[in-house]
Design a protein around this ligand. Structure first.
Ligand code: 5GP
Ligand code: MG
Length: 178
């Protein structure tokens, strides 16, 4: 499907499922290599990361557990600086090798707050695995340890990413068509 319509907006294919799969393969290879002999606690951030999580975890060969967390920070097509408390983080994080899974890091404001919140629970260490990143919009300084791919600073949907709740179900990623 080259063009999709979500509510009042038109979107065209920008990244294919095949390209996404290759990027996830690369990320899973790196994680499988880096965490050999360890045990991982994956912390995917809902809602957007559900598809990245499902695809990535099927390629992980390290003993691991998964616990989903959630916050709300985004409405419509522009990012907000308001991030509510993380839901679902608890003591089980203490002394664990945590890998946060995120669909996209845009300004980085959300992830920065997540990192600060996580520290309170005393994990052994924390790394970030993220499917997409917009370096042009990034205003923070944390390192993205495992990155699927950089993308231009434009609004995208699909592969878990939504426009007003719609579009998460598509295997490809789409950009807004003006
Ligand atoms: P940040 O705090 O890094 O600016 O934004 C983080 C959140 O904004 C992401 O987890 C994601 O939910 C949302 N976001 C950022 N860019 C996009 C985009 O291009 N499309 C969609 N659908 N969501 C985005
Ligand atoms: Mg997200």
């Amino acid at each position: 499907m080259a063009v999709i319509i979500l509510k009042d907006k038109k979107f065209g294919v920008s990244i294919t499922a095949k390209e996404i799969d290759a990027a996830i393969r690369k990320v899973s290879d790196q994680i499988n290599r880096d965490y050999e002999g360890k045990n991982i606690l994956f912390l995917p951030i809902l809602n957007g990361s559900f598809m990245f999580t499902a695809d990535l975890l099927r390629k992980i060969r390290i003993p691991c557990q998964v616990t989903f967390v959630k916050y709300a920070s985004y409405s419509g097509i522009s990012t907000t600086t308001q991030v509510t408390e993380l839901i679902g983080i608890n003591e089980s994080v203490a002394s664990r090798h945590v890998v946060i899974l995120e669909d996209i890091v845009d300004t980085g404001i959300t992830m920065d707050l997540v990192l600060n919140e996580l520290k309170k629970f005393h994990p052994a260490d924390v790394r970030i695995a993220c499917m997409f990143h917009k370096p042009e919009a990034f205003v923070k300084s944390f390192k993205i340890d495992y990155l699927g791919m950089n993308i231009p600073n434009e609004f995208v949907v699909g592969f878990g990413l939504d426009y007003d709740g719609y579009g998460r179900n598509y295997a490809d990623v789409y950009r807004l068509v003006k």
